[in-house]
Design a protein around this ligand. Sequence first.
Ligand SMILES: NC(=O)c1ccc[n+]([C@@H]2O[C@H](COP(=O)([O-])OP(=O)(O)OC[C@H]3O[C@@H](n4cnc5c(N)ncnc54)[C@H](O)[C@@H]3O)[C@@H](O)[C@H]2O)c1
Length: 346
Amino acid sequence: MPEYRAAVLGCGGRGRAHAAGYAAAPNARVVACADAFEETARVLASQHAGAVVYTDYRRLLAEQRPDVVSICTWPHLHREMVEAAVQSGAKAIHCEKPMAPTWGDARAMHKVCAAAGVVMTFCHQRRFGAPFRIARDLLRAGEIGEIVQIEGYCPNLFDWGTHWFDMFHFYNEETPAQWVIGQIDVTEEQTVFGVPVETSGICQVLFRNDVRALLVTGQAPQSPRLAKLVERVGIVIHGTTGRMEIATGAVRLRVCRFGHAPLEPEMPAWPEATILSVQNLLECLESGAEPELSSARALRATELIFATYESSRRRARIVLPLETEDSALLTGLEAGYWNPQPQPPV
Ligand SMILES: NC(=O)c1ccc[n+]([C@@H]2O[C@H](COP(=O)([O-])OP(=O)(O)OC[C@H]3O[C@@H](n4cnc5c(N)ncnc54)[C@H](O)[C@@H]3O)[C@@H](O)[C@H]2O)c1
């Protein structure tokens, strides 16, 4: 089994989580860490014997030629870092979500890796989380009958919504979407990891197997009733004979079968999801299998984000594939279509 030399670009919260994944793997080690702040890179490197510190990620790639590169910076840097990692000869890239601020950038990243034969994954690590996996096992076992509709609730389409759009595909057995209809409101000034997001939004998706999904975003107004199901961030799966609720705050799964008392399965001891995501990437690098978090899957989730923005711009249903390359939200902001107001500090 070869030993993979891994590098981490961006050594903040997510960089540390990825590095823990390589440290836990029997066939990988972190050889270098890059961060714009030397001290941040130094702190992470000090936890991985022999890891070299850089403030210039391009120099790291040129000097270290890592086999696997974790990209854990904010979204506007993902594309340039992916392209540089591919040029440096990396075999695999594990990049943080969301893919990129525009649909064009997300597609370009996927294309450059596919052309070079580089295995790329995006860290939609909820696919490896205990309640999510157990819910899918129960769904596959027919506990709530046939799946009809999946609902997601979260703060925004881009940063959080990417997880739920991805999980819609996870529960719907990777079936592609057919069309999207949505609306966003951008009245409050808000950015997440440097990217402007909507104040509130709604998106309905029809998948090719007739399953529907609904994503509702925004934190206002507070919804105490909804909180009884999934707190403020969660997923509800509606089946023909019951429903499942997965809440992320207290991490709880509830299975409600019509005519029966609700069940809350015990959550077993479970490895950390990001560690499992790194492990899966390394295994797939060996076997040639498609990783659970493949960029092809991430692209399907990402398309739903930008198709929702596009639907809002065109006031129309968007039949996929989405052809416009920009982000209709970013373009709309530049054009003054929305004038979000600054918010008082919380
Ligand atoms: N998968 C998840 O559940 C999850 C959770 C939180 C954040 N994220 C995503 O992870 C990404 C990073 O989030 P974070 O919380 O780790 O952010 P962070 O701010 O903690 O870390 C980002 C790091 O990148 C560094 N950086 C900036 N420019 C750089 C450059 N040119 N070269 C090298 N390093 C540079 C910063 O100094 C910082 O240390 C974001 O895209 C975010 O959306 C994912």
